[in-house]
Design a protein around this ligand. Structure first.
Ligand code: GLY
Ligand code: MN
Length: 463
């Protein structure tokens, strides 16, 4: 955990942002895999980690804003569990590490919340993403679990987002710890790949590094020669000479801060001419995007600039045509770049996405577009010092999307469909780094740069 004062000062700050009532933080419980006692790797809720630090199941917390009390609910581990799971630190000691002196047994939680509801006091809750917590919170507050998120408090949500969006030095250190692990994950994969190997051999080794050096992966690893599928979670292909791989992966640091890195590299270790041309176009766009990251800039504008670079580059290759500005306003580039440029990153890899993407990445001045491609942009709003975001442009040749648009003659003024078809089977290229917005510009996070230029990637593959 961070120093105890970190947690109390985070809570003190939060208390200045929400006026009155109670703030309820349900902690995460264990998640059963195939029967109750056989569970997935435990992951505490990120808001709970941020304000209370305790990284174990069966704890809940309440801030009583009217009486200025921070209360943790939990119990010492019962002897029956000690026999199977081992001795656990006393609850009071865990609470002290978060600078909390008021602890109560779990059995008091229901009465505390009920009393507040009966007194007509507001119990603020955040949206719930786990089904067991939806049920638990519903039962505790007398609300329908299926529609619990209708009762989420926008005041509470906005306060948490405002606070968690700006990262402190300690948090950046954690992210860089996760990026050290990412360095190993990426360079190991580059070293390992050989034609004839199954994707899962590399996938398993990469996931093993995240588990051995940190708290495991920050999201399910994407590693595939079918990189045109944006979130491809299958690892069954045999890698062939001439295939291009996308590895999009991240680790969690000791305190669960994420990294999120994508590299694309050839199975043979050497890019062919076609792969090199697309790769260098994506790299040029990524470097230009990073260059533009600074306070006061709209991330949406950076996304659109990347789209224009792609249209120009694809036109040079004969795949697109027409005026780049017009092509981008029409959304024609999204055939090849159907996702957003990036997202916030922190305790969650898509930071705070569970609280509502529109609250995290948009504001009163920046409304989400409904256009295919741009609608997927998770972070559009003005950048501020302390934000950590991913910059992850990509180009993909998705056979069924090319077929569909050709059939519909969609954006036919801007797309050379014959040329696009010739790229079927190419796969995709995505290049992603994690970037801190500083007072005057930005800094690509990570103490050891992960191979990125064609030469660096080929050299890493050759090792
Ligand atoms: N790293 C996966 C994603 O950003 O969606
Ligand atoms: Mn990402």
């Amino acid at each position: 955990m961070f120093a105890p004062e970190t947690y109390s000062s985070r809570r003190a700050n939060l208390k200045t942002k929400v006026k009155n009532g109670l703030l309820f933080f349900p902690g995460n419980n264990e998640t059963p895999m195939n029967y109750p006692a056989n569970t997935y790797l435990y992951r505490q809720d990120s808001n709970f980690l941020y304000y209370w630090g305790i990284d174990d199941a069966h704890y809940d917390a309440v801030i009583d804003l009217d009486e200025d009390r921070d209360i943790l609910f939990g119990d010492d581990r019962p002897i029956g569990d000690v026999i199977w799971m081992g001795f656990d630190e006393p609850f009071k000691d865990k609470a002290a590490k978060a600078n909390v002196t008021e602890t109560r047994p779990s059995s008091d939680l229901e009465a505390t919340l009920r009393r507040a509801v009966q007194q007509g006091r507001r119990v603020h809750i955040l949206p719930q993403y786990r089904h067991d917590n939806k049920i638990r919170v519903g039962e505790l507050l007398g609300l329908n679990p299926a529609s619990i998120d209708l009762h989420a408090s926008p005041e509470f949500v906005k306060a948490v987002i405002e606070q968690r969006s700006v990262k402190t030095k300690n948090e950046i250190e954690q992210i860089e710890q996760a990026l050290d692990i990412s360095y190993e994950m990426n360079t190991t994969a580059m070293r390992m790949v050989r034609p004839g190997m199954k994707e899962r051999e590399v996938f398993g080794a990469v996931e093993g590094i995240a588990l051995a050096k940190g708290r495991g992966v920050s999201f399910p690893i994407i590693f595939s020669v079918r990189g045109e599928t944006l979130h491809n979670h299958s690892h069954e292909n045999i890698m062939q000479e001439g295939d291009l791989l996308v590895l999009d992966s991240g680790a969690e640091s000791e305190l669960h801060y994420a990294s999120d890195i994508t590299r694309s590299f050839p199975v043979s270790g050497k890019f062919n001419e076609r792969q090199k041309a697309i790769y260098e176009l994506v790299l040029r766009a990524q470097l230009e995007a990073i260059d533009r990251v600074k306070p006061g800039v709209l991330n949406k504008d950076i996304h659109l600039e990347v789209a224009r670079i792609f249209v120009k580059g694809l036109s040079d290759l004969g795949v697109m045509k027409g005026d780049p500005e017009e092509a981008v306003s029409a959304g024609a580039h999204a055939l090849f770049f159907p996702h957003g440029l990036g997202h916030m990153m922190g305790l969650d890899v898509h930071d705070m996405e569970g609280l509502g993407e529109n609250y995290v990445g948009y504001d009163d001045e920046t409304k989400r577009s409904e256009q295919f491609g741009l609608s997927g942009l998770r972070l559009a709003k003005e950048l501020q010092p302390g934000y950590v975001l991913t910059v992850e442009p990509g180009l993909y040749f998705i056979p069924s999307l090319i077929d569909l648009w050709r059939e519909e003659k969609k954006h036919a003024d801007f797309i050379n469909f014959d040329a696009a078809e010739s790229y079927k089977g190419f796969g995709g290229v995505r290049i992603e780094d994690d970037v801190l917005v500083t007072e005057n510009g930005s800094r690509v996070l990570g103490k050891k740069p992960i191979p990125k230029t064609v030469e660096e990637v080929e050299a890493a593959c050759a090792k």
